[in-house]
Design a protein around this ligand. Structure first.
Ligand code: NAD
Ligand code: IPM
Ligand code: MN
Length: 359
């Protein structure tokens, strides 16, 4: 039996998570795997229910699970709470840190059926396959912060971008190892022309690179990388970068595939992996069954692959999604003329039908 902790969270979180759970159940039935799902509270939903966005019971659930599936957290209702009670800073970041999840993998590829869904020209995005390896427990998000009043009124506000040698080394190793399973190319992204932390990042990544002579390494400044991602995205295989650069570049990269609603993620590095779509809680769609559940369902496939070592089952989910897209079913974010519009639940249904019919 595999124990999967499920943290639906806020906004569209519950709607998309339930579809991923249904899909995992379907694949479990097909391959004779017993998944036990246990739900926990996180984010604004947890704050409303018990007064804290990351209750101790949720942490216990995570520690007692083989892997965790998360929807999304956050929403304007909780934006003005003190930092430590906000869904993002009070729950998501400490959960990643507590579980030692220093690497966030965000794969962008273009499903052939979605070639026209991207805002970029088909010839620019066709066949692209990029893996963003985002450092997840250091950098600007976790450095020292402060807000001090100024004598003459106003404040001095500080966020610090900090990294240690081991933190850079381990994420670099992971990026090179990932590249070896792909097209043997790593692009490290930094701002070494300005930032001390980036100059050292580049130095360490270069040194680690000598241990992987079969993997090509190049370095881009983050501003140029953002431009190259829309100019010629197929030049990239693995992009490895600092926490906040990775946050931004991965959302940007998602649009190459047609929608942020397609961008899955795996947060790994500790004993227990956390799997969540890269997007947020899309508050304006809450309760409408309009959101695309595919990023969450693909995150479920990553959960099977990385945490449970169920490669065949993961492949099956990806084949089912490919088939459903080939058949022309689209959620609103991907809708084009001539395709059939489906809602969140119907997209889940279509994918499950494929799994059940032996795709
Ligand atoms: P968002 O990712 O929620 O939404 C960005 C845009 O993409 C919106 O137009 C949204 O409607 C659309 N979108 C996102 N997911 C979609 C899906 N599955 N299907 C269709 N459309 C989708 O980002 P935001 O609006 O900047 O933030 C909203 C809230 O989510 C904030 O509170 C933010 O802090 C939080 N957030 C949480 C996470 C997380 O839990 N990992 C990630 C990002 C943002
Ligand atoms: C993401 C989100 C989070 C991040 C926020 C909500 C803390 O944007 O998972 O990409 O920046 O890591
Ligand atoms: Mn983000």
């Amino acid at each position: 039996m595999y124990k999967i902790g499920v943290l639906p969270g806020d906004g569209i979180g519950p709607e998309i998570t339930v579809q991923a759970v249904r899909v995992l159940e379907a694949v479990g039935r097909r391959y004779g795997r017993d998944f036990k799902f246990t739900e926990g509270l996180i984010g604004g939903a947890a704050y409303d229910a018990v007064g804290h966005p990351l209750p101790p019971e949720t942490l216990d659930l995570c520690h007692n699970s083989d892997a965790i599936l998360l929807g999304a957290v956050g929403g304007s209702k909780w934006d003005d709470l003190p930092s430590h009670l906000r869904p993002e800073v009070g729950a998501l970041l400490p959960l990643r840190k507590e579980l030692g999840l220093y690497a966030n993998l965000r794969p962008t590829r273009v499903f052939p059926a979605l070639i026209n869904a991207s805002t970029l020209k088909p010839e620019v995005v066709s066949g692209l396959d990029i893996l963003v390896v985002r450092e997840l427990t250091g950098g600007l998000y976790f450095g020292k912060k402060s807000k001090e009043p100024l004598a003459g009124g106003g404040y001095r506000v500080i966020d610090t971008l900090e990294y240690t040698t081991p933190e850079i080394e381990r994420i670099a190793h992971l990026a090179f190892q990932m590249a070896r399973k792909r097209r043997n190319k790593v692009t490290s992204v930094d701002k070494a022309n300005v930032l001390e932390s980036s100059r050292y990042w580049r130095e360490v990544v270069t040194a680690i690179g000598t241990e992987y002579p079969d993997v090509e390494l190049d370095h881009y400044y983050v501003d140029n990388c953002a431009m190259q991602l829309v100019k010629n995205p197929r030049q990239f295989d693995v992009l490895v970068t600092e926490n906040m650069f990775g946050d931004i570049l991965s959302d940007q990269a998602s649009m190459l595939s047609g929608s942020l609603g397609m961008l899955a993620s795996a947060s790994i590095g500790g004993e227990i992996g956390l799997y969540e779509p890269s997007h947020g809680s899309a508050p304006k769609y809450t309760g409408m069954q309009r959101a695309n559940p595919i990023a969450t369902i693909l995150s479920g496939a990553m959960l099977l692959r990385f945490s449970l070592n169920l490669e065949e089952e993961a492949d099956c989910i990806e084949r089912a999604i490919t088939k459903v897209l080939d058949l022309g079913y689209r959620t609103a974010d991907l809708m084009e003329e001539g395709k059939e519009l489906v809602n969140t639940i119907q997209m889940g249904d279509r994918i499950i039908e494929q799994i059940e019919s032996g795709v």
